[in-house]
Design a protein around this ligand. Structure first.
Ligand code: URA
Length: 211
């Protein structure tokens, strides 16, 4: 099965109750050839509306951080652990994340075979690594996912948006260094790959509101 076929199947998914409160599942965006894949938590309200991962406030901050680390959204691939927005934007629990990711994220990664994965925040880190990991302690450290991919976790952009003052500045630098480390390893493994277009990707030009 290729990624297009998987997306077709995903859009028909009715396998859990999260689907009932969402407009539709949200898949992935970017270049399937990318050696680097970013895994977020799950769609929020704006993502649900537009059908694109990380297009809302968190995504806008991620795009700035990617630009600083010499990457653009169209040249990497972004996706999420869970595909349907939980009601009220609550954090999905471990069982929900596990159930969804086993049917979708695992299969995406199986097709994509990324050289490097970046887990954005605790939910992605717990699924790709293990539930005993702690983002404040374990971010910035390489680990192997159960599928054998090299993964580094960093702070979720929504967490950065909640911080203020010096702690926000420090956490943003941490994210910048994690993204650089991820890009460096991906570039080492695929030296010919171009991670950055001339301009930032305007996702709102690509995606329209769905209903
Ligand atoms: N947060 C995520 O982790 N993913 C999204 O797609 C949006 C917000």
């Amino acid at each position: 099965m290729n990624l297009k076929e998987l997306e077709h199947e995903l859009l028909k998914c009715e396998k859990c109750k999260l689907r009932h409160d969402a407009i539709a599942p949200v898949g992935w965006f970017g270049n399937p050839e990318s050696p680097i894949v970013f895994v977020g938590e799950g769609p929020g309200g704006v993502e649900d509306e537009y059908g694109c991962p990380l297009i809302g406030p968190s995504g806008q901050l991620l795009d700035k951080a990617l630009w600083a680390a010499k990457m653009t959204r169209d040249r990497v691939l972004t996706t999420n652990v869970i595909k349907c927005r939980p009601k009220g934007n609550r954090t999905p629990d471990l069982a929900e994340a596990d159930f969804c990711a086993r049917q979708w994220l695992d299969r995406e990664l199986d097709i994509l075979q990324p050289k490097v994965i970046v887990a954005l925040g605790g939910v992605a880190m717990h699924y790709l690594g293990n539930p005993d990991m702690r983002i404040t302690r374990d971010r910035g450290q390489w680990f192997k996912t159960k599928q054998g991919f090299d993964c580094i976790a960093t702070f979720h952009p929504a967490y950065l948006l909640r911080l203020t003052g010096k702690s926000q500045v420090a956490a943003k630098w941490d994210v910048f260094h994690d993204l650089q480390a991820a890009r460096d390893l991906a570039a080492e493994r695929m030296p010919e790959y171009n991670f950055m277009a001339d301009e930032k990707t305007n996702l709102f030009k690509i995606f329209r509101k769905r209903s």
